[in-house]
Design a protein around this ligand. Structure first.
Ligand code: SF4
Length: 156
């Protein structure tokens, strides 16, 4: 690893430690934060976004990561779920055109996380959504994506 790379890693580790211990007061988040914010420019963007947020601004410096929700439909009914109590959006499935629009309008996004709520594998076009997100992910790209599921859907 180059000196620049080591310095970036040290910066990212220190920032993650400060945010988890001092700002969030949740030391258990340190590793997750470090995993997500490895690039100094992403850390700076997150910090400036937070500043905008605390100034009650509806603007942000830069969208660094996006959470996509292919569907808010879920096949489970977990007792801890706040979904049924708080969801005011209609249940439905994200259209591919919307995914394309989000990708086009946010070329500098460094991470996509699927989903927020709902079971993504209930979306019949999930593989196409994943493919669309993967297109800008050249081997040299810094972009990352992750997909979460409770694995209770059988996939044909
Ligand atoms: S899997 Fe998630 S969205 Fe579905 S019921 Fe459980 S907590 Fe709610």
């Amino acid at each position: 690893m180059t000196d620049k790379g080591m310095l970036a890693q040290l910066f990212s580790r220190t920032a993650a430690k400060l945010v988890a211990h001092w700002y969030l007061k949740r030391p258990e988040f340190e590793e997750k934060i470090q995993e997500k914010y490895q690039i100094p420019s992403t850390i700076l963007a997150a910090f400036l976004n937070l500043l905008y947020f605390h100034c009650h601004s509806t603007w942000s410096y830069r969208v660094a990561g996006i959470v996509l929700e292919p569907t808010n439909v879920c096949n489970l009914n977990c007792s801890i779920c706040y979904f049924e109590k708080t969801m005011i959006r209609k249940k439905g499935y994200m259209k591919l055109d919307l995914v394309r629009k989000i990708l086009k309008e946010n070329p500098r996004v460094e991470s996509y996380t699927l989903p927020f709520l709902g079971e993504p594998f209930l979306h019949k076009e999930l593989s196409e959504i994943v493919r669309l997100i993967s297109i800008p992910m050249a081997p040299s790209s810094k972009m990352k994506s992750s997909l979460k599921s409770l694995g209770q859907v059988s996939i044909p």
